[in-house]
Design a protein around this ligand. Structure first.
Ligand SMILES: *[C@@H]1O[C@H](CO)[C@@H](O)[C@H](O)[C@H]1NC(C)=O
Ligand SMILES: *[C@@H]1O[C@H](CO)[C@@H](O)[C@H](O)[C@H]1NC(C)=O
Ligand SMILES: *[C@@H]1O[C@H](CO)[C@@H](O)[C@H](O)[C@H]1NC(C)=O
Ligand SMILES: *[C@@H]1O[C@H](CO)[C@@H](O)[C@H](O)[C@H]1NC(C)=O
Ligand SMILES: *[C@@H]1O[C@H](CO)[C@@H](O)[C@H](O)[C@H]1NC(C)=O
Ligand SMILES: *[C@@H]1O[C@H](CO)[C@@H](O)[C@H](O)[C@H]1NC(C)=O
Ligand SMILES: *[C@@H]1O[C@H](CO)[C@@H](O)[C@H](O)[C@H]1NC(C)=O
Ligand SMILES: *[C@@H]1O[C@H](CO)[C@@H](O)[C@H](O)[C@H]1NC(C)=O
Ligand SMILES: *[C@@H]1O[C@H](CO)[C@@H](O)[C@H](O)[C@H]1NC(C)=O
Length: 838
């Protein structure tokens, strides 16, 4: 369904692009002069390439600048066509080019973006047909996108790109930018045609790039590509099932070098230096396939390019595996060392397969499994990169239908359109629920919080959402795939862009023994949390909303949208969800050591050492720092507390529960106005007063967490004398009196290095400063905590160390940094819900 899309350019560094090759063209359409984008790339004006027949074209400037645009150039200007119009470029004959079309479907007065339906034809190839950039962007939850094609010019030394409004009377065509980049010769030659003895000549076909993945690695921005300005994406969103194998980065000792037979433009070395393998356990590996699943258009041939580079092993027959594409054997006994000759040498291989139009066929599956018959030393498989290209059909056509935006998204928007209404009843309930916490803020909550009637219309009984993938079935394929003829959408995953799985209720019931109480590992405001085991032994935590309450639809959606796009070592990973029969169920990685709170007080767990506590705080701080700065839009968690910091089996801290989190529209905007939410005891007083949410509210809550870790008592304890109820107030009072040492966890007394304690307390105190501006950023908190740890470990050495140098913020990857543009986020984060129960 989706054309290859460049979600966000991730171009954080300014590059000095080398002068474009002679045959390249980088054109900003509708621009009257040459202009430079935010990366220093020059885009030339388009007018000299327009043919004289294009007299009906006009220049327009977008009415609105979406904050997610990476640069004004080329998106803010457009060329609008109301009749057939052509750009013509002088190129070499028999040359292959990357052609990238940039679209920003905004309002170009007086035209409505919804009315732009058009075809795009490049020489004899139809690239797009009845194409709606508006629908495509919506389905992708992106403000702008780029479609990439590989075009061959046969005898002709001209490349004509023609825009044809689909209906001459009611529609128009537009384009914001065009890139034409020559590709090296022989970049495509022959591919093995699956299930036949034949080979497929890619030679004179044109292609559309559907997917381009740096498997097991991070996204690679165009300026880091090996000369063709491609974007390579992280593969994790396309992985099927919870068994994701393990990712692997090459050791510094392994030198990765292209063999002399290979052009470096095939793929950058960064692609080859990371990989995904199945994991260390042969028994587990034999029981599953390492699988990726892609949505594609039916009735086309696809070329699937596998990039390999062995990073660990050196001998033949150590790691041998079979490759399946759409349940057919593409390659038996693949052995990377046998192909490449040695470790660190890249190798790639192309396969071709035809995707038919039968039920469930609009998917392309790539599966790897150890080759048992080869009797290798290890039962394992490896993949470093993957590209999927659609091949033109016999009519020279590459166009597929427009994608269908997700129902979840449309519902969320519809709800947003409905008027807010207040409900006294809900408000009363909120007070009732919060009274236990007995605190002065409650009174104000009812003033600030505008309740909204919760509607579940269209959400629960949406048949498309159910029955997607059987959870524990023997088959790894969906049993029912949406059926176009019944009006269903196969693009539900556009909301999450395919990253997380949809589980069936039956499957969930199976693994939780029909929600048996013996499987319960936690109870929260949302409902109960069960443990379970899926796909070859992966342990998961299954969070089920209380079916009798209708709270939390928005939180549910927010959590899915947020978590499916964020991946970070210190954020809990969402594996999937189930939304069927009114049930809302989220499936996460299992966190063996539970919540941080369970290890601080009111439990039988052994006390954590000071160093352990510091490491946990540092991990959580890294997760929050990433939320605040790693994404294009700042994400504010809004519910930082010790029960939302989870610990895995190796005590790695992971921030969880994104049900309340909110994305600022961009970094320049310093706050988002919102209704006050959060948990008592952790709530930023300034946010409470001004209702303006900034990332500093999370810093405040984190400060409370730091005191909780130090003092091993709850943030709010109504059973204590009045001045002690709030930990934040109590800690500040003791700090002022110089008696803080009296309230720290008795277990820690005498075990904390004095300097370390001093630094820690200083940091925590700054975090809970009344004025947000005086609070440090999460990045500052992080390095201060890191310094605290150094002081504990090496009290003397650390004083001379540079405290800032030790941590790394680039561990995570953001998917589609601009996913949460204004319209969608406001819908998804529409406000409702009470304070109680969280
Ligand atoms: C392309 O080449 C033709 C001659 O073949 C020339 O007249 C024309 O000006 C060239 N167009 C551009 C944009 O350079
Ligand atoms: C490009 O368009 C010109 C007319 O504008 C036509 O003469 C030429 O044949 C076209 N070239 C191709 C390859 O379609
Ligand atoms: C591609 O087309 C050219 C002529 O247009 C021809 O010479 C060449 O053999 C073709 N290549 C393949 C692989 O079919
Ligand atoms: C591999 O996994 C299986 C099943 O989960 C387990 O029984 C076995 O002990 C594991 N083997 C190793 C070496 O960890
Ligand atoms: C695929 O081809 C078949 C047979 O030509 C046709 O019936 C079907 O509608 C096509 N499907 C799509 C999605 O174009
Ligand atoms: C792996 O995939 C192949 C092809 O789809 C299938 O035949 C096989 O049963 C799968 N194996 C496992 C363990 O799922
Ligand atoms: C895979 O193909 C085999 C035979 O070709 C078939 O028996 C099996 O059911 C298929 N599996 C799936 C999941 O389609
Ligand atoms: C793609 O288009 C070319 C040129 O029109 C044609 O020769 C080729 O057969 C087409 N490819 C397929 C798979 O039909
Ligand atoms: C054009 O695309 C729109 C949106 O996908 C669709 O509703 C419409 O039926 C299409 N028109 C034709 C003639 O295919």
């Amino acid at each position: 369904m989706f054309p290859f899309i460049i979600f966000s350019l991730l171009l954080l560094t300014t590059t000095t692009n080398s002068a474009p090759a002679s045959d390249s063209f980088i054109i900003s359409c509708g621009s009257s002069s040459d202009e430079t984008d935010s990366n220093g790339r020059t885009w030339s004006s388009d007018s000299k390439y327009l043919t004289p027949s294009s007299h009906d074209s006009t220049i327009s400037i977008a009415k609105y600048q979406d904050p997610s645009l990476p640069s004004q150039i080329p998106y803010m200007t457009a060329r609008i066509f109301t009749s057939i119009s052509t750009y013509q470029f002088n190129v070499s004959s028999n040359q292959r080019f990357f052609l990238r079309l940039h679209f920003y479907p905004s309002t170009y007065s007086p035209l409505d973006p919804k009315n732009a339906y058009f075809n795009v034809v490049a020489n004899e190839f139809t690239l797009l047909h009845n194409f709606s950039a508006f629908i495509t962007a919506k389905a992708l939850t992106q403000a702008y996108f780029i479609s990439e094609f590989c075009i061959v010019t046969s005898q002709s030394s001209k490349l004509n790109i023609t825009f044809i409004p689909y209906s001459p009377t009611s529609s128009y065509a537009f384009i914001n930018g065009i890139e034409i980049i020559p590709m090296p010769d022989h970049m495509f030659q022959t591919a093995t045609l699956i299930d036949t003895d034949q080979s497929f000549e890619v030679g004179n076909n044109s292609l559309q790039t559907m997917f381009r993945l740096n498997v097991g690695g991070q996204s690679i921005a165009p300026n880091k590509d090996s000369g063709l300005s491609r974007t390579w994406y992280d593969d994790s969103r396309y992985l099927f099932g919870a068994a994701a194998g393990v990712t692997f980065t090459s050791d510094k000792n392994v030198k990765i070098e292209y063999p002399s037979s290979m052009n470096e433009k095939i793929a950058p070395l960064d692609v080859y230096s990371t990989a995904r393998t199945m994991g260390p356990n042969a028994t587990v590996n034999l029981n599953y396939n390492l699988s990726w699943v892609f949505q594609v258009d039916a009735n086309f041939t696809y070329v699937v390019r596998f990039h390999f580079c062995e990073l660990e092993l050196t001998k033949i027959n150590q790691r041998v595996f079979d490759i399946y594409i759409n349940n057919q054997t593409a390659q038996e006994s693949a052995d990377v060392i046998a192909w490449s000759g040695s470790e660190g040498v890249p190798f790639y291989k192309d396969f071709a397969t035809y995707v038919m139009d039968g039920p469930g066929d609009e998917e392309l599956w790539v599966e790897l499994h150890p080759s048992v018959s080869s009797k290798p030393e290890y039962y394992d498989a490896i993949l470093n990169g993957l590209e999927i290209f659609k091949v033109n059909d016999s009519d020279g056509n590459l166009a597929g239908p427009n994608p269908t935006p997700s129902h979840l998204l449309l519902d969320a928007e519809r709800r947003e359109g409905k008027k807010l209404s207040t409900s006294k009843h809900d408000c009363d309930k909120a007070i009732g629920g919060a009274v236990g916490a007995g605190f002065v803020v409650i009174v104000a909550v009812c003033i600030f919080v505008v309740y909204r009637k919760k509607k579940r219309n269209g959400f629960a009984n949406d048949s498309v959402l159910g029955n997607w993938i059987p959870l524990c079935g023997s088959s790894h394929k969906p049993t029912t795939v949406s059926d176009k003829s019944s009006g269903g959408s196969s693009n539900l995953s556009s909301l999450t862009q395919g990253l997380c799985q949809h589980f069936s209720l039956a499957g969930i019931k199976h693994v939780t023994q029909n929600f048996d109480e013996s499987q319960v590992i936690g109870v929260g405001g949302f409902g109960k949390v069960y443990k379970g085991c899926i796909d070859g032994g992966t342990k998961v935590a299954i969070k089920r909303s209380n079916p009798s309450s209708n709270q939390g639809v928005t939180e549910f959606q927010t959590e899915i949208v947020m978590l499916s796009k964020l991946r970070h070592q210190h954020l809990v990973s969402l594996i999937g969800f189930c939304e069927e029969n009114g049930e809302m169920i989220l499936v996460y990685d299992y966190m063996a050591n539970g919540t941080l709170r369970e290890h601080l007080y009111k439990s039988d767990n052994p006390d954590l050492s000071w160093k352990q506590r510091l490491k946990i705080c540092i991990g959580a701080a890294k997760g929050l720092h990433y939320l605040h700065t790693g994404a294009k839009n700042t994400i504010i968690h809004r519910d930082v507390k010790t029960t939302n910091i989870l610990l895995d089996e190796s005590w790695v801290a992971k921030v969880s529960d994104f049900g309340l989190s909110k994305s600022g529209t961009n970094l320049n905007q310093t706050h988002v106005t919102t209704m006050v939410k959060g948990s008592f005891g952790y709530l930023d007083p300034e946010y409470f007063r001004r209702q303006q949410l900034t990332e500093k509210s999370d810093v405040y809550s984190f400060g409370v967490v730091l005191f909780e870790v130090l003092c091993a008592r709850p943030a709010l304890d109504p059973s204590l004398p009045k001045e002690q109820v709030s930990l934040a107030d109590w800690a500040l009072l003791n700090l002022r009196k110089g008696t803080l040492e009296d309230i720290i966890d008795p277990f820690l007394k005498g075990k904390i290095n004095h300097e370390s304690l001093k630094k820690f307390v200083e940091t925590a105190e700054k975090c809970i400063a009344d004025n947000g501006l005086e609070r440090p950023s999460m990045g500052d908190v992080l390095w201060k905590l890191d310094f605290t740890l150094q002081l504990q470990e090496a009290p003397d050495g650390a004083k001379h160390a540079s405290p800032k140098a030790t941590w790394d913020t680039e561990e995570g990857t953001i998917y589609s940094g601009s996913e949460l543009d204004d319209s969608n986020s406001s819908a998804i984060f529409s406000q409702m819900e009470s304070q109680s129960g969280r």
